[in-house]
Design a protein. Structure first.
Length: 309
């Protein structure tokens, strides 16, 4: 890239990197930082007094007036829950708490007691959305966990901001969830599932979005049970799968984040076929717990050269 610059900051419990060319400015960098902070302050379930917490605590039957930001993220989360047949399920906030993930991960401690939460069957849609008034009718007692979807959505909207001010070559990366655009190919890496500093694969990419889900890095013990943060949305329990990591290429970072999470629910043999049936434009690289790697044939739509380590 011509006049390539990199600006980094900490937000949403990860490192965010803004890589761009002129005419991006220092003022734009500060605006981007404020944007990610706003999404975190609004959507994190670890902030007890924020807007999401207030929404989660509201009684069933309440019509909630929410910010356009929270309205859009919740609506998108429910959309992806529908089209993934509930494997992606944002209504697992209470389940996350019950398996011990009730605080930001770096504050986690080993939990002595363990029990398995359940997903209660639903007879009505959890929410009714009114776009005109930016209100949501709450029809469920379940708590929302927006997690990685909010981060991916923040990347997508941040990249839109960069394009709007004229950044023709750019990359926005939030902890490995990234979008990239421009005419020049850039070499990117996929981290090893157990060694973050080592790449298990590298690829050249010009345009598109990428996200990775991993069962290893965010895991803990609850009693005698090993837990992790990737829940099967249909059962409410941590996914029981032989896939340890999934990297997905898609049209948006939010979509890549959703698909990557769902792939870690399926077995190594069935994951890619599910993805191609539901998201035929997407591509993925999945890693078995024995180290075997499988790549979808659709990878050719995103990179001309993928190199495995």
């Amino acid at each position: 890239m011509m006049n390539r610059e990199c600006y980094s900051f900490r937000a949403m419990n990860t490192d965010v990197h803004v890589i761009e060319e002129f005419p991006w400015s220092e003022g734009n960098n500060e605006e981007m930082k404020r944007w990610f902070q706003e999404v975190e302050q609004t959507c994190s379930r670890f902030l007890p007094a924020n807007e999401l917490a207030q929404f989660n605590e509201a009684e069933v039957g309440t019509v909630m007036k929410v910010s356009p930001l929270l309205f859009e993220v919740i609506k998108q989360a429910i959309h992806y829950s529908t089209i993934t047949d509930g494997y992606f399920n944002p209504l697992v906030g209470r389940n996350m708490e019950e398996i011990g993930y009730d605080r930001s991960f770096e504050q986690m401690v080993e939990i002595e007691e363990s029990h398995d939460p359940v997903i209660a069957p639903r007879e009505v849609a959890p929410f009714q959305f009114d776009d005109a008034s930016c209100t949501i009718l709450k029809q469920t007692e379940e708590k929302i966990d927006l997690g990685g979807l909010a981060k991916g959505w923040a990347v997508d909207r941040g990249a839109r901001l960069m394009r709007q001010v004229g950044v023709a070559e750019g990359q926005l990366n939030a902890g490995g969830d990234l979008t990239i655009w421009g005419d020049q190919e850039t070499l990117l890496g996929i981290a090893h599932p157990e060694k973050e500093a080592v790449d298990i694969a590298q690829f050249y990419m010009r345009e598109g979005s990428v996200a990775t889900s991993n069962k290893v890095f965010r895991s803990w013990r609850q009693g005698a049970i090993q837990r992790h943060h990737l829940l099967n949305g249909q059962t409410g329990l941590p996914a029981d799968s032989d896939i340890v990591q999934a990297t997905v290429f898609a049209k948006t970072t939010a979509e890549a984040e959703v698909i990557a999470k769902v792939l870690c629910i399926f077995t190594f043999d069935k994951a890619l076929s599910w993805m191609l049936n539901h998201f035929p434009h997407a591509a993925a690289l999945i890693i078995h717990e024995n180290g075997q790697v499988k790549v979808s044939h659709t990878i050719k739509h995103y990179t001309k050269k993928l190199m495995l380590s």
